[in-house]
Design a protein around this ligand. Structure first.
Ligand SMILES: [Fe+2]
Ligand SMILES: [Fe+2]
Length: 169
């Protein structure tokens, strides 16, 4: 039977018989998919100064990744397989950027990212760099975090970015 789920991390809905493995919107693990009625907003949290600083850096990283993956998607119709991959990466990173902006209580900034690197191989290599850098940084931010909502956000992000790393490795 169909059921309405909501992801605890990104707040996006999902309709399905069973909750799927990872959130299709933000890549959070299945354990964060909730019955819609049990949902409460993750980003309604009071952040301390360190958490704010880390969240701002998270936002910058996610905005750059979104912009970059969008440009790679647009620039490379000649390799269609890559288009699909980068399109989905851009969607997920956009979702991450939106959540970070909500935690900071600010508007989502303009999406500006670095330029494509000129070939599939180079873009895949750059993606690997960006994703592994994100995993490292979010592990550090998870350790810094005191607020349980902020912790859950980084746990989900680490899972999602590790998944991206898997796919390009
Ligand atoms: Fe999600
Ligand atoms: Fe991300």
């Amino acid at each position: 039977m169909a059921q309405l789920y909501v992801c605890k991390i990104c707040g996006e809905p999902y309709i399905g018989g069973d909750a799927i493995d990872d959130c299709p919107h933000c890549g959070a693990p299945k354990s964060y998919l909730r019955d819609a009625e049990e949902y409460s907003q993750l980003w309604e949290a009071e952040l301390n100064d360190q958490e704010k600083k880390d969240m701002q850096e998270t936002l910058n990283l996610e905005v750059n990744a979104t912009g970059y993956y969008k440009k790679v998607t647009d620039a490379n119709e000649k390799y269609k397989e890559q288009n699909r991959l980068f399109k989905q990466l851009a969607r997920v990173e956009m979702e991450h950027a939106e959540i970070a902006a909500k935690f900071l209580n600010i508007e989502l900034p303009e999406i500006v990212g670095e330029d494509p690197k000129g070939s599939v191989e180079k873009d895949l290599a750059r993606t690997k760099e960006l994703e592994s850098h994100a995993v490292e940084l979010y592990q550090k931010f998870l350790k810094n975090a005191k607020n349980p909502n902020v912790k859950n956000f980084y746990i989900a992000l680490i899972h999602a970015e590790k998944g991206h790393l898997d796919i390009v490795s």
